[in-house]
Design a protein around this ligand. Structure first.
Ligand code: AMP
Ligand code: ZN
Length: 470
């Protein structure tokens, strides 16, 4: 397997520190609002990579942090007169609803910043002992000049950054690029006791402390959106490596932005759709296929037209999945020979995705497969093995890795946001219309056809309702 590593700017052979174990960390949300479909791209791509590693036989420990203390949370909560901790709790619960809605597998751990303050304090103490951190009246900063590799991830040079970048001005800092490890308590902000007095941690130290606590001092893969390369991930490296004198991460993986009209989708620009509103109209499978069709590192211009065509495309897979499932349930098989080579398709899928998680190519293999399988089924009376192999292939690739089909069809109505209910109601309305026009033959036909597929209409004085025969 090969992975493009942001650190070396090369595609490298993937060799985990301690195979078959893979320790993977993805930067999670700052929980101050519902997340948008741009954040969703990063969460789904992290999930797809993890699922692929599992498919390839790795024993993956997957961790995502929840940033539940941060400037944005405090600001919002204070504006609303709410307790920041409670406010964050609410959005953690909402985060999980949307993650489940996107059919993202739950991580092995979701460490919360507020539950790891002592780990952060320990790490800052270590940095102070090593003389790369300094305390100015209760604010503790990281001294970037003391870390010789500063800039190795983003390729930025300290001198250029100092002169060009827009950096937070703070007269307490020795150098404008130095960043806060510990922030002195302020009125109206959550605070914890520390050796430097009351205060709260900076954002970057949260990820260093929690990732190393959960996964050890050297991680195999650390991922996040590419907006995090600088300064967040650069700072994580500086903190972790100065403290441990070990490589912090073997492979750095960064997701391209989800854009809207070529502009990054973000809360601050206001050009966003929440994952929740999108999931009301589209099944998770369509959203996931849309994401899988673009390489994870490339930008993706979001539009509802693209999502519509992704949805249509998922229907081609689910239709095959249904046919295969029904056929296996019917136990009615033939014995004609077929040409489709299942092993070859699976090899192609693996070879495609092994190359830096090239899901777009993997998806293309799946659609070739759908075409080939449909062709075989059209003309032949096929044996049981054909349907079993087809089901196995689709389950392993399209379902378990990509999550673009779900063999658990009962959930379908929910995942299409109640479309089935809407459709039946439209038919009931049309039947009423037919009756009003005295076209009883058509009215009866609608009722009978629905009944034949187990949807029973019940007329009463107040109108028509329906029930589904199980
Ligand atoms: P946040 O809650 O803003 O810290 O972001 C959570 C995750 O979403 C991070 O990994 C970000 O890099 C990522 N992210 C934010 N905006 C986008 C976007 N437009 N496209 C892709 N990923 C994004
Ligand atoms: Zn992070």
């Amino acid at each position: 397997m090969k992975i493009y590593n942001t650190l070396t700017k090369k595609k490298e052979e993937f060799v985990p520190v301690n195979p078959p174990k893979v320790r993977m960390y993805v930067c999670g949300p700052t929980v101050y609002d519902y997340f948008h479909i741009g954040n969703a791209r990063s969460f789904v791509m992290g999930d797809m990579i993890r699922r692929y590693l599992l498919y390839r036989g790795y024993d993956v420990k997957y961790v995502m942090n929840l940033t539940d203390v941060d400037d944005k949370i405090i600001k919002r909560a204070n504006e609303l007169g709410e307790d920041p901790k409670k406010y964050a709790e609410k959005y953690i619960a909402e985060f999980f609803k949307d993650i489940d809605g996107l059919k993202v597998k739950r991580a092995d751990a979701y460490p919360r910043a507020t539950e790891h303050i002592s780990d952060m304090i320990e790490l800052i103490k270590k940095l102070e002992e090593k003389d790369v951190a300094y305390n100015v009246d209760g604010d503790v900063f990281y001294d970037v000049r003391k870390f010789k590799d500063y800039g190795k991830l983003s390729g930025k040079k300290i001198d250029e950054l100092e002169s060009g970048a827009r950096i937070e001005i703070n007269e307490n800092k020795k150098n404008p690029l130095d960043f806060a490890l510990w922030k002195k308590a302020k009125e109206g902000e959550p605070e914890w006791e520390s050796p430097w007095g009351k205060g709260r941690p900076g954002w970057h130290i949260e990820c260093s402390a929690m990732s190393m606590k959960e996964l050890g001092e050297t991680l195999d893969i650390h991922a996040g959106g590419s907006d995090l390369i600088f300064p967040h991930h650069e700072n994580e490296i500086a903190q972790s490596e100065a403290a441990t004198c070990k490589d912090f991460v073997k492979y750095w993986v960064h997701f391209g932005f989800l854009n809207i009209r070529d502009e990054k989708m973000s809360k601050s620009l206001g050009n966003f759709y929440t994952a929740r509103e999108v999931l009301k109209k589209y099944p998770a499978e369509a959203v996931r296929l849309l994401f899988a069709q673009t390489h994870y590192a490339a930008p993706l211009n979001f539009s509802f037209e693209l999502l519509d065509s992704a949805k249509k495309a998922t229907e081609r897979i689910s239709s095959l999945a249904k046919t295969v499932t029904e056929k296996l349930a019917s136990k009615n098989f033939g014995d004609e020979e077929y040409e489709l080579n299942f092993e070859e398709f699976e090899n192609k899928f693996r070879i495609a995705v092994d190359d830096d998680f090239n899901f777009p190519k993997g998806v293309a293999v799946i659609f070739d497969f759908v075409k080939a399988a449909n062709r075989e089924m059209q003309n032949k009376n096929l044996p049981k093995s054909f349907y079993e192999n087809a089901k196995g292939f689709l389950e392993r690739t399209a379902q378990d890795v990509l999550g673009i089909v779900d063999f658990n069809f009962q959930d379908e109505d929910k995942s299409t946001g109640g479309k089935q209910d809407e459709l039946i109601k439209i038919l009931i309305e049309l039947r009423q219309k037919a009756k009003a026009e005295k076209n009883y033959a058509l009215a009866d036909e609608i009722r009978d056809k629905l009944s034949a597929i187990g949807i029973i209409l019940q007329d009463s004085k107040t109108g028509t309702t329906y029930k589904i025969k199980s």
